[in-house]
Design a protein around this ligand. Structure first.
Ligand SMILES: NC(=O)c1ccc[n+]([C@@H]2O[C@H](COP(=O)([O-])OP(=O)(O)OC[C@H]3O[C@@H](n4cnc5c(N)ncnc54)[C@H](OP(=O)(O)O)[C@@H]3O)[C@@H](O)[C@H]2O)c1
Length: 281
């Protein structure tokens, strides 16, 4: 394979992409087929969700950014609109409030007209050993990390079937779903393990409608969620990762973008482990 003109290129959403020639023809980077697709990403004001929203938009998808922080959601949506020339809206949603998930779904459909892809990313990671764990913390974790993804998945499936459209649902789970927790997150591990088996069951139910349901299991990423834990014991976390370091959110986001793409049309009910080797199954 002969590549020429390696320094030529163009900017997309602020990123420089190389333009190459392969055997006399223009070489294009992998087209994920996301151009014009409408995507709702929960918890996308920061961390992994923000990285997924940005990369989806770079690939030409229209995105709904959401979180409790309306200012951040609106700001990121504006930035994405300006730099990627896609449609984007920021919607405030506190998904812990009963009814908020349905409201967010309705607002997302109003804003974009319809949805093709749902990424259930919003989650919490409270810390307590079971002997001290309060029921409220357990219930909240199960609600936000498992029940909200179920509510939104149900809405998404009915939306797609009602419109006779194919689509993709991505559940952001965790290595803790498979390993359990060693550091005081049993409620979190249980919520994510529940989400894995929910994801597999739903994948079986809706495959014949052309709806793919898959998961991404991050190990440890540098995000606001883990900031305090990493400040306290980064060496401990690094030592548990064969690759030797905690992930940047973008390194995990690409797995979600791939599963949302038309390159993953034959994949359903799977989980991509994006853990730097922490989880090897
Ligand atoms: N970080 C890791 O190492 C790691 C490892 C394994 C799995 N994960 C999973 O990856 C996903 C993203 O994690 P992250 O590290 O990016 O988390 P993060 O930095 O804490 O960001 C969480 C996102 O969810 C939103 N959110 C939190 N509570 C919400 C609520 N009640 N209603 C609506 N939105 C809410 C936050 O926005 P607002 O603050 O604006 O509400 C934020 O956008 C989660 O499902 C997490 O469990 C993370």
């Amino acid at each position: 394979m002969i590549l020429t003109a390696p320094l030529a290129g163009f900017f997309i959403c602020g990123r420089f992409l190389q333009k190459k020639t392969v055997r006399g023809k223009e070489w294009k980077s992998m087209d994920y087929g996301l151009k014009g697709k409408n995507v709702l990403i929960t918890g996308s004001t920061k961390g992994l969700g923000k990285a997924i929203a940005r990369i989806m938009a770079e690939e030409g998808a229209n995105v709904i950014v959401s979180g409790r922080n309306e200012q951040e959601a609106v700001k990121l949506a504006e930035e994405i609109r300006d730099s990627c020339q896609v449609r984007a809206a920021g919607i405030r949603a506190d998904l812990m409030a009963r009814g908020a998930a349905d409201q967010l779904f309705d607002q997302a459909v109003d804003a974009l007209g319809s949805l093709d892809i749902l990424v259930n990313n919003a989650g919490i990671w409270p810390t307590a050993y079971v002997k001290d764990m309060e029921e409220k913390a357990f219930e909240d974790t199960i609600y936000l990390n498992l029940e909200v993804p179920y509510i939104l998945s149900r809405r998404m499936v009915n939306h797609l079937i009602g419109q006779d459209r194919k689509g993709k649902i991505i559940q952001i789970v965790s290595q803790a779903a498979f390993h359990g927790s060693t550091t005081g997150h049993a409620h979190y591990a249980a919520s994510k393990a529940g989400l894995v088996t929910f994801m597999v069951s739903l994948a079986r139910e809706v495959a014949s409608y052309g709806i793919n349901v898959n998961g991404v299991a991050p190990g440890m990423m540098e995000t606001p969620m883990t900031e305090a834990a990493l400040t306290a014991k980064k060496d401990y976390y690094n030592s548990r990762i064969p690759i030797g370091r905690v992930a940047k959110p973008e390194e995990v986001a690409y797995a979600a973008v791939f599963l949302a793409s038309n390159k993953a049309d034959y994949l359903t009910g799977i989980t991509i482990d994006a853990t730097g080797g922490m989880l090897m199954r």
